[in-house]
Design a protein around this ligand. Structure first.
Ligand code: NAD
Length: 252
């Protein structure tokens, strides 16, 4: 018996990085996975990889900053699987790493919050009624160590990810009485497409690795394993937590 046998799972940002690794892992443990991404081709490629490995997956394109598209993705999961038990709200964008707070343009600030914070709210708003109709479930949101501590020149990303941690805690309290557990993962640096531009510069890569007491950055699979734990019944008493997966970064 695998941990997600008979479970219906929705993953946003599933075309790449942490979302892709989690989608593959959920399916490898028996989940039926709807892979969602604004990169529709990438979402379909992940679903195809799952099917090639013998798993069960569907894919669709959706932009989480648009509530209508989030509602459509949940409808699609309910149509395809007849239920929704697990949601991994993971899609996100990087922000500027060079500007002081007053140097952001309004449109940059608004875009960051629209995707990285309001996008997660849109997902929750669409998913919760379907999950309640399915008898309850578990939700994991991707925050970041940037949701727990600040760093210079990242005000928009840090504000959005602190918001995801707050939203996770508030939603957890609202929903636990109805059988839905909500938690967040807070990765340190993870070697994905999002980090590729900075990891390509040897001095910055070395600084980033040294910043993590473990001496390296994470793989997407290392984060996905924690996501699966939080989404599984093994974490049945874990409610409203923002779990660091950061090689010791936030305990220094
Ligand atoms: N890579 C890191 O170091 C790191 C660290 C901490 C947190 N995170 C968070 O992890 C999550 C996943 O990032 P990743 O590192 O796997 O990056 P990634 O770029 O590999 O994957 C992000 C995915 O999200 C999708 N996406 C972006 N905006 C979207 C939107 N509006 N609607 C739907 N899909 C959208 C992208 O198309 C992409 O496939 C993000 O929320 C990110 O903020 C990443």
């Amino acid at each position: 018996m695998s941990r997600f046998d008979g479970k219906s799972v929705l993953v946003t940002g599933g075309a790449s990085g942490i979302g892709r690794a989690a989608a593959l892992a959920f399916a490898a443990e028996g989940g039926r996975v709807l892979v969602v991404d604004q990169n529709g081709e990438g979402a379909h490629a992940t679903a195809e990889a799952i099917r090639a490995a013998g798993g069960h997956a569907e894919a669709m394109r959706a932009d989480i900053s648009d509530y209508g598209q989030c509602a459509a993705m949940v409808s699609r999961a309910m149509q395809a699987f007849g239920s929704l038990h697990v949601a991994f709200n993971n899609a996100g964008i990087p922000g500027s790493m060079t500007k002081a707070v007053h140097e952001y343009e309004l449109h940059e600030w608004n875009q960051m919050l629209a995707v990285n914070l309001t996008g997660v709210f849109h997902c929750l708003k669409a998913e919760v009624p379907a999950m309640l109709a399915s008898g309850g479930g578990a939700i994991v949101n991707t925050a970041s160590v940037a949701g727990l501590v600040a760093a210079k020149h990242m005000a928009s990303y840090i504000s959005a990810k602190h918001g995801v941690v707050g939203l996770t805690r508030a939603a957890a309290l609202d929903l636990i009485g109805q059988g839905i557990r909500v938690n967040a993962v807070c990765p340190g640096a993870v070697h994905t497409a999002m980090l590729e531009p900075v990891m390509a510069i040897p001095e910055i890569k070395a600084l980033m690795e040294a910043d993590h007491p473990i001496g390296r950055v994470a793989s997407a699979e290392e984060v996905a394993r924690v996501v699966l734990f939080l989404a599984s019944d093994e974490a049945s008493f874990v409610v409203g937590h923002a779990m660091p997966v950061d090689g010791g970064l936030t305990v220094k």
